[in-house]
Design a protein around this ligand. Structure first.
Ligand SMILES: [Zn+2]
Length: 414
């Protein structure tokens, strides 16, 4: 991805004074380090077109802000002077929060899309917004004692529709939430800045930055969870957000006009026709991880007639949806996550073939259908919501640190 998760342009990009230019250069170099996780100073020089001494100055400033770490290469056999290696620091972190029907998951995410720690709180019933916030607050207190870094912000991946401007969860059907001012609740309870987005949006951001879609300009991501199917698209290097941030509800595209009624009120949505529970029932499992489901599908698809019929039916509807997405977005890559990856992996090239035979010749010839290999992509994507502001203006972390000093117990507020 080239640009920011909120679709905004990089601050100061048109600035004419030196201070704007400095921030812009700091942001450009930090973005490279963030995206590559590890990069040499020579590679930064090559990628930015800045001269070597300018890059050295910028890297030194990012190091003094504790945003990057600098190390010497181990391999000294290469010809020429070895170039210093620059990587993201773990000093400034994002806290990622993902409430779902059966658990609240909280991650500590460092720049470079690395989940340093992950905490899962299993829930008997799907959590309320208030429960979610109090769980977060309790964990942050413990985290403050164990992590010596600063929390830049809280990124929230919500299985529902989230307003981009106000952070209000309009509806999260599987959590039974409606009009929950989640971002405001989190900020009030913790005193820490927060951002929220649809969970699949977080997924596509992570896939585009660090996963199978890295380096791709046009990506469609489709994730199959126990609650349904979510998705998102990166078009021309930019996350497609739509007018209010609600873009990417790919699970609610029509694939079967004779289909079942969806919880959204429509009939024959992709997520009612292609669903995990039907697959589990067909292979005789009550609960299973996606890996277990995939194992069972690999064994039974094309050998057990009942399983084959159920899978073929789901492949047919998934193929219809993919055809529509490929014709609409002309992606270079379609990344499937969750149980959709299990179905793809267990059925060979069936989906790729279906798309090649049904989509229009131009877009059909250019697309690869792949499975996600990025673990924790929702947490990584939620972290990205936080890091975008720092990538725009790396000097903002200095202000953040000062405000923490003025407020000795930031996590106890509210
Ligand atoms: Zn629907």
């Amino acid at each position: 991805m080239k640009d920011t998760a909120d679709g905004g342009a990089r601050a100061g990009s048109r600035g004419s004074n030196l201070e704007d230019l400095r921030r812009q250069n700091l942001g450009a170099v930090l973005s490279l380090v963030h995206a590559n996780r590890s990069i040499t100073r020579a590679e930064i020089t090559h990628a930015t077109g800045l001269n070597r001494s300018t890059v050295a100055t910028i890297v030194a400033e990012l190091e003094s802000l504790e945003l990057v770490t600098v190390s010497q290469p181990v391999d000294t056999k290469r010809v020429g002077r070895p170039s210093t290696i620059v990587g993201p620091s773990e000093r400034h972190i994002a806290v990622a929060l993902n409430p779902d029907t059966d658990a609240i998951t909280i991650g500590v995410v460092a720049m470079g899309g690395r989940v340093l720690r992950e905490f899962r709180f299993d829930m008997e019933q799907s959590p309320s917004a208030t429960q979610t916030v109090s769980t977060l607050k309790a964990l942050l207190r413990g985290l403050e004692l164990s992590h010596r870094g600063s929390v830049l912000g809280i990124g929230i991946a919500v299985p529902g529709l989230v307003g981009a401007r106000d952070g209000i969860v309009r509806v999260a059907p599987h959590l039974d939430w409606r009009d929950e001012p989640l971002v405001e609740m989190v900020v009030t309870a913790t005193g820490i800045p927060a951002w929220a987005a649809n969970d699949a949006t977080c997924g596509v951001v992570a896939e585009g930055q660090f996963g199978e879609g890295a380096g791709e300009e046009n990506v469609v991501y489709l994730n199959g969870g126990s609650g349904g199917i979510g998705g998102g698209a990166i078009v021309g290097g930019q996350l497609l957000t739509g007018q209010g941030g609600f873009s990417g509800e790919l699970g609610h595209t029509l694939v079967n006009s004779d289909g079942l009624r969806c919880h959204c009120g429509a009939v024959g949505c992709l997520e009612t026709e292609v669903n995990r529970n039907d697959l589990l029932a067909a292979v005789g499992l009550e609960t299973a991880t996606n890996a277990q489901l995939e194992d069972r599908l690999r064994t039974l698809y094309l050998t057990d007639p009942n399983v084959t019929a159920v899978v073929d039916r789901q492949l047919e509807f998934l193929g219809i949806a993919l055809r529509n997405f490929v014709n609409t977005f002309n992606p270079g890559i379609v990344v499937l996550g969750g149980f959709l990856a299990s179905v793809r992996n267990a059925t060979g090239g069936a989906l790729q073939e279906a798309v090649e035979h049904s989509a229009l010749p131009g877009p059909a010839s250019e697309v690869r259908i792949v499975s996600s290999t990025l673990e924790d992509n929702l947490l990584i994507g939620a972290g990205e919501l936080v890091f975008q502001a720092v990538l725009r203006d790396p000097t903002s972390v200095a202000v953040h640190d000062q405000s923490n000093e003025r407020r000795p117990e930031p996590l106890a507020a509210g």
